[in-house]
Design a protein around this ligand. Sequence first.
Ligand SMILES: [Zn+2]
Length: 187
Amino acid sequence: MKRRTWLQGLAATIAGVTVAGRASAAAAPVSKEIEALQKNWRLLLAAGVRTPAPTEKIKLSNDEWRKRLDKAAYHVLREEGTERAGTSPLNNEKRAGVYSCAGCDLPLFTSDMKYDSGTGWPSFFTTIPAVFETKKDFHLIYPRTEYHCVRCGGHHGHIFDDGPKPTGLRYCNNGVALKFIPKSAKA
Ligand SMILES: [Zn+2]
């Protein structure tokens, strides 16, 4: 009985150490770095550019969206379409700046959050805070996490868990759903 108690105690200690070890790794300066990228996104915004807030919702009919968007952007944003891989000029966009929603101009990502995933779609490992909502979709056989703009509801892409450290996330975004505003742009 005594020995059993001791073993249980040891197991609990080991479990405790493991959990604590993981927790401290996740909460280390790395996530502070991501927090800073999220909090300071306006540093990448061109001077004088006015941007809407996520809370200023837009609701339009399909006809109104058709007038506002070109065919490719309409298909992705309003019909959850996917552009052909490698077709977006934003794949090769390396300048400093902000990526906003092509439907409603809400800022979604900065150039500091972008990386080259080699997939043929603009890819980001984190986002500006509170700009997306997610849902599971079953368009393919397996469920995927779809994300859409919180302001206009426009579909942007899917989140995968094969992104770079520290977030490990890949926001696989359709280029036609984005507008790039270089930091050097004149408002
Ligand atoms: Zn939007």
